[in-house]
Design a binder for this molecule. Structure first.
Ligand SMILES: *Cc1c(COP(=O)(O)O)cnc(C)c1O
Length: 356
């Protein structure tokens, strides 16, 4: 049976990427060596590192004012690396609280400076993106989470900020074009949309660094990694290679504009069915709906388990909602084909008929 992978993360990757990654584990580019047993200082791997960086630059049109890094430690390590590198202890940073991940970033930042939460949708269980707030101009930066993986909300418009904007883009990175110059720092754990777990892409404006007066451990200082092209220490070679293959795949379909068109079409297909089908309803404000993580619940008591069983028997995998929202969450990242979304939609219609 074909499995349709709706997992929230690590998420689905293109089949052709997995095939090439598997080949590289045995014999990388006819070197006779596995990529797993090869020096990261080899010509063959240096070429991978360069191509990965240049694909990020090309797809997002990143200017030379920014460094593009591939670091380890997950997006969760950026929760503390950001304030450690950008904030002195007596300085202020402001955050938008849009869910679990935003909260974790706030918790870590509080160790390093004065943190103020200027917007929150917590009282509504994070079902919308707050849009009314004032950003104090004495803040060193404003932090947002562009897509809220657990709740299924996404900023459809990036707020204008008078202070440097920092974004956790883990779950919608490379799903749509973004204007990098609107941001001073972007980070994204790879495993939602661009690769396997184990590396995090960071795009940082170079001239904001080195101003805190802190003594930062070398590995946690962005400035260590910039001149070393992310190879100050042994980088996560295999995850970086798989990211490179995924970025090549995005380029091969024409880049982020066609990627966005596909993602809009997939999300519309599923949300239209959720809105039409009397047995289901969405959990978030319509204008803030995520194109990546579609959250919905059933409208009748006692039918949730039944739909889950039906879905599983048709190869639909990974749609159980996060425990803080319940119901269902269908993650439809870049590599999810529209045909798999159609299988889910067809089942929702079949379920409706079966219930009379
Ligand atoms: C998954 C996720 C994280 C955590 O990423 P790790 O790589 O596991 O640390 C952070 N932010 C968002 C928005 C996420 O979806």
């Amino acid at each position: 049976m074909k499995i349709h992978n709706f997992s929230a993360g690590p998420g689905i990757l293109p089949q052709e990427v997995m095939q090439k990654a598997a080949e590289a584990c045995i014999n990388f580019n006819d070197t006779g060596l596995s990529l797993l047993e090869m020096s990261h200082r080899s010509k063959a791997f240096e070429a991978v590192m360069h191509e990965a960086e240049s694909l990020v630059r090309e797809l997002l049109q990143v200017s030379e004012d920014y460094a593009v890094l591939f670091l380890s430690g997950g997006a969760s390590s950026q929760f503390f690396m950001v304030p450690l590198n950008l904030l002195a202890p007596d300085q202020k940073a402001v955050y938008s609280d849009t869910g679990v991940w935003a909260n974790k970033s706030i918790k870590e930042a509080k160790r390093y400076g004065q943190i103020e939460v200027i917007a929150s949708s917590k009282d509504a269980n994070y079902t919308f993106i707050p849009k009314e707030f004032d950003i104090p101009t004495d803040a060193k930066y404003f932090h947002i989470t562009t897509n809220n993986t657990i709740y299924g909300t996404e900023y459809q418009h990036i707020p204008k900020s008078p202070v440097p904007l920092v974004a956790d883009m883990s779950s919608n990175f490379m799903s749509r074009p973004v204007n990098v110059s609107d941001f001073d720092l972007i980070y994204a754990g790879a495993q939602k949309n661009v690769g396997p777990a184990g590396c995090t892409v960071v795009i940082v404006k170079k001239d904001i660094l080195g101003k805190t007066g802190r003594d930062i451990p070398s590995m946690l200082d962005y400035r260590t990694h910039i001149p070393e092209i992310s190879m100050y220490n042994t980088p996560p070679v295999f995850p970086i290679y798989v990211c490179m293959l995924t970025l090549r795949w995005i380029k091969s379909i024409g880049g982020l504009i066609p990627m966005e068109v596909r993602n809009i079409a997939k999300a519309k297909l599923l949300y239209d069915e959720i809105d039409r089908n009397p047995l289901f309803k969405g959990t978030t404000a319509v204008e803030d709906r995520s194109r990546m993580n579609v959250t919905f619940v059933t409208t009748r008591e006692g039918i949730e388990g039944e739909f889950m069983t039906l879905a599983q028997s048709h190869g639909i995998d990974g749609i159980k909602g996060h425990r803080s929202v319940g119901g269902f969450r269908a993650s439809i990242y870049n590599a999810m084909p529209q045909s798999s979304v159609q299988v889910l939609v067809d089942l929702m219609q079949e379920f409706e008929k079966s219930k009379g």
